[in-house]
Design a protein around this ligand. Structure first.
Ligand code: IMO
Ligand code: MG
Length: 421
């Protein structure tokens, strides 16, 4: 009844497209972690939507879209997304925001920026959306939740926080924030968002009792996980399977299918190790063919080959039961495709991914090669119609991961997808 969609690599695997497809059988779509550092692009009827906060499942009118307690919310961005949906004819009365979700304030954005500057050459390359500082406040227990934002306590809480943050901003040599203007803006946001705020945990528990289908939609990805990713080059939440329970309130035993979303190649945006990165023309070519520029920050993404060592790590960590692969059409435009099947580290062959810094910085990929040049596959509707070279590549990935690739993306549009049973 509860299915989960997670990113298998460093993000931007095309989770939005897979969620959009799967949500047609769901009554609920839930975001459980991250904030507007995410960027999920979906193309429906010639119109492109980019979601940073609202669950992509909302495009399905019968789906109740939930922002769970694990999400951090920039109300300004959320309101813009709501407005954009309304302007495109969506009603948005099917959006529900957890009263427990934490709110992002201007001081979080400023601190994200200042902390990155201070890191200098060791910067993380964050999206500068205030995500890290907002989660810091949550853990520090001075965060302001949605239920606070819409309550009469809000003024006092904000006053206290701005007073404290101004001390830090001053130490950075930055100008201090004016309480009144922040308060005025956020009171306005609170009025607009109030009707959406509720106890989403109970809502989901009732849905489970009623045997309704829930789709939990991951943002970010396994290797960006604060615990299991390439720390410190990670995000500040758990986009892995544990985050589903802590970020929504759904117990582990209710989780059924766990879809791992991947691309037929790989990409990373921001700093940090990346074993199969291509810093050459092939990397540039993949970036252009796959339009690999950030949906959130517009940054060019680093591109490389698919990494089975990392993929198997994601499968083990999350208990992935099925894979969904995007951009088969993109690799099919290359003459030769490489697949990293193991690493070489200190002269040894390694098949297990580790986040140890020395390991990730020095591991070298061991590749198998596959013929590309798939030709035009945009009209293929079944797996059988795919060219032999494409099938060879797919079946080798399945063999190495012992996991079925159930969905294959062959283009950006909603219908550009091959489903296998
Ligand atoms: P989706 O959901 C790709 C990366 C940032 C940076 C690191 C920390 O679209 O897959 P943060 O702002 O979270 O503190 O930045 O994490 N990052 C992502 N990269 N896709 C994302 O989301 C990302 N969200 C964060 O680039 O390296
Ligand atoms: Mg993204």
């Amino acid at each position: 009844m509860v299915d989960v969609v997670l990113g298998s690599f460093y993000g931007d695997e095309g989770k939005g497209k897979i969620i959009d497809y799967l949500s047609k059988d769901a009554q609920y779509a839930v975001r459980f972690s991250g904030g507007n550092n995410a960027g999920h692009t979906i193309e429906v009827n010639g119109k492109q939507f980019v979601f940073h906060l609202i669950p992509s499942g909302i495009l399905n009118p019968k789906v109740k879209a939930i922002l769970g307690n694990g999400v951090v919310i920039d109300p300004k961005v959320l309101i813009e997304e709501i407005e954009n949906l309304k302007a495109n004819g969506y009603k948005v009365d099917n959006l529900y925001i957890s009263e427990k979700a934490h709110v992002i304030f201007p001081y979080h954005l400023i601190l994200d920026e200042l902390e990155e500057e201070m890191r200098g050459s060791k910067k993380i390359g964050t999206t500068k959306r205030g995500i890290g500082p907002a989660y810091c406040d949550k853990m520090e227990r001075c965060g302001i939740r949605m239920e606070d934002l819409i309550s009469t306590d809000f003024k006092e809480m904000l006053q206290r926080n701005i007073k404290n943050k101004n001390k830090i901003l001053k130490a950075y040599g930055y100008f201090e924030l004016d309480f009144e203007s922040v308060y005025r803006d956020y009171k306005k946001y609170a009025e607009i968002l109030k009707p959406y705020v509720c106890d989403t945990t109970t809502m989901l528990h009732k849905a489970i009792k009623n045997q309704e289908n829930i789709l939990c939609e991951g943002a970010q990805a396994t290797l960006l996980d604060i615990d299991f990713g390439s720390y410190p080059f990670v995000t500040s939440s758990n986009p892995t399977i544990g985050g589903v329970s802590t970020g929504s309130g759904i117990g582990a035993k209710y989780i059924n299918e766990v879809y791992g979303v991947m691309k037929a190649y790989s990409s990373r945006v921001g700093e940090g190790p990346y074993v199969t990165e291509l810093k050459d023309e092939t990397g540039d070519k993949i970036r252009e063919l796959g339009h690999e520029y950030g949906a959130t920050t517009k940054r060019p993404r680093r591109c490389g080959w698919l990494d089975i060592v990392a993929l198997n790590y994601a499968i083990m960590l999350n208990g992935i039961t099925a894979l969904a692969m995007n951009h088969l059409d993109t690799v099919g435009k290359l003459e030769t495709i490489k697949l990293c099947v193991a690493y070489e580290y200190l002269g040894q062959r390694e098949e297990y991914f580790r986040t140890n810094k020395d390991f990730l910085n020095n591991a070298k990929p061991i590749y198998e090669e596959f013929p590309g040049n798939f030709g035009d596959i945009s009209n293929c509707q079944t797996y059988e119609e795919l060219p032999l070279n494409a099938k060879k590549y797919i079946e080798r990935i399945e063999e190495l991961t012992n996991t079925k690739i159930k969905m294959i993306g062959i283009g950006p549009k909603r219908e550009d997808m091959i489903i296998r049973d």
